[in-house]
Design a protein around this ligand. Structure first.
Ligand code: 5AD
Ligand code: SF4
Length: 470
């Protein structure tokens, strides 16, 4: 029998990229490739790049640089660069990365077999960055091997982005927004659940502007949540990423009302200053954002909130930055992701002539201030669980050490806890919703202990809140 070719994929970036890697693996499997764990064993290496900040872009270039000697030692090995940097830079990337054989953008993933054939025919380097027209775009259905399906699965509902946030390169790399037909989304969720997934995260750059149903009030995303919630066997439903300007009351109500909806809301604010938000072209004020959060929290008091923050945006004054600090103190997010502004090519900020004028030292100092404040808040927020028993959806072995299992609370908090001594019982817990007593906190996670038997899942039954139970 012919020996299987092996592919190693190294991924950078967001959940869209995670999802793309899964599809690449499936396409390559149909071409006779098996996934392997390191570049050293691989016949094909794919680096799936992210362009969101300059640092992300450098990461893929250094990863490619590190493969130089390996490539020289193994002349048959093929190196492809995929993802957002490949799309953004096109043929320029081939010049900058001499080890790369070809590059391709996200829209070219379905064409991967023909790209590989094209390279092996002529062994001439090329870059494939054609973008598929909105009308012709077809989503790839997930086709996972049963053994590859985890407790949690990603399902894409959208590609691209039609917003014009001035700092953001994504509309340029991922193109115009296209929504995936609701039937396809629901069928894919059902397929994952049939293969053992219990939690699904619906992903898109701006899920709140999903529009593929035509509901009378235009709130297609709330309707999509309702349809996915009805999939029998699904235990938990999440979504990311939201844009605050499109976050509706109906979606806030869905957190309160739907059987599977989790109590996690990621609502990137970027800045606490209305003036900065205006320069970012975000389309909401600090007050409008806070009103939406307050409403969502009133409906679901247990919500765990997370957000993204950019510091050192062009023209950000000390006073504007202080408003970001005061917003963090006021909201008390459970978790934040914070970044120093990084000027990116082809963004509206450049066209608006917004100069990257906050010095690097100031950006660093602001980042440290934001992170120090958030560390305190996160510790306090995690502390609220200590002494309580909460429902954990068990995901598998913990990274924190042998004999530990891990899983998440409805609010997305990771919990590590000791597994039962009997390994078969530990295995049987994976995918179950179990009560765990929370005993301590770590910087970003919780520690707990098992208290009892799995909770009988009332699948496809009336509303059932999956959150703290005592
Ligand atoms: N510089 C810094 N951070 C950025 N983000 C997006 N673009 C930039 C940029 N040019 C951040 C935003 C976004 C997250 C995914 O990355 O906070 O929500
Ligand atoms: Fe990075 Fe954005 Fe591309 Fe995701 S969509 S990989 S965050 S540039």
């Amino acid at each position: 029998m012919e020996k299987k070719r092996r592919v190693y994929i190294q991924n950078f970036g967001c959940q869209m990229n995670d999802y793309d890697v899964e599809r690449m693996v499936e396409i390559l499997r149909a071409q006779g490739y098996a996934a392997c764990a390191s570049a050293e064993e691989a016949d094909l290496v794919v680096l799936n790049s992210c362009a969101i900040r300059e640092k992300s872009e450098h990461k893929v270039q250094s990863a490619a640089g590190r493969l130089k000697e390996l490539k020289a030692a193994r002349p048959g090995m093929v190196l492809a660069i995929a993802g957002c940097v490949a799309q953004q830079e096109g043929a320029r990337l081939l010049k900058r990365v001499p080890t790369a054989d070809f590059t391709f953008g996200p829209d070219q993933i379905p064409a991967l077999p023909s790209l590989l054939a094209r390279f092996s025919d002529g062994r001439r380097r090329f870059s494939a960055t054609d973008v598929i027209d909105v009308e012709d775009y077809a989503f790839l259905d997930a086709d996972p091997e049963p053994g590859d399906v985890k407790v949690t699965a990603l399902v894409t509902i959208q590609k691209g982005c039609d917003n014009h946030c001035a700092y953001c390169i994504v509309p340029h790399t991922r193109g115009r927004e296209v929504s995936r037909p609701a039937d396809e989304v629901v069928a894919e969720v059902a397929r994952f659940v049939a293969l053992g997934a219990r939690e699904v995260t619906l992903i898109g750059q701006n899920v709140n502007s999903y529009h593929a149903i035509g509901t009378p009030d235009g709130d297609d995303f709330a309707e999509l949540l309702r349809r996915v919630d009805a999939v029998p066997g699904l235990v938990r439903l999440r979504y990311t990423t939201s844009h605050p300007k499109d976050f509706t009351e109906k979606v806030a109500e869905a957190h309160r009302d739907l059987r599977t909806m989790t109590s996690w809301l990621h609502l990137p604010v970027q800045s606490g200053s209305t003036r900065t938000l205006r320069r970012m072209v975000r389309g909401y004020t600090r007050e409008e954002y806070l009103r939406k959060l307050e409403h969502a929290r009133r409906l679901s008091p247990e919500l765990s909130l997370s957000t993204d923050i950019i510091v050192g945006y062009p023209g950000e004054t000390d006073a504007e930055f202080d408003e970001t600090l005061s917003l963090l103190a006021e909201v008390e997010y459970d978790n934040i992701y914070s970044f120093g502004y990084s000027e990116r090519p082809d963004t509206p900020a450049l066209k608006l002539k917004l100069k990257d004028d906050v010095p690097a030292e100031v950006k660093d100092a602001r980042l440290q201030q934001v992170q120090a404040l958030q560390r305190e808040i996160t510790a306090r927020r995690l502390g609220r669980f200590v002494g309580r028993t909460a429902e954990v959806l068990v995901e598998g072995a913990s990274r924190s050490g042998a004999g530990q299992l891990c899983g998440r609370l409805s609010g997305n908090e990771m919990v590590n806890f000791g597994e039962p001594a009997d390994p078969s019982r530990a295995r049987a817990l994976v995918g179950q919703l179990i009560p765990v007593r929370i005993t301590a906190t770590r910087a970003h996670t919780l520690v707990g202990e098992l208290t009892g038997a799995p909770i009988a899942l009332a699948l496809a039954s009336p509303p059932r809140r999956l959150k703290v139970v005592a």
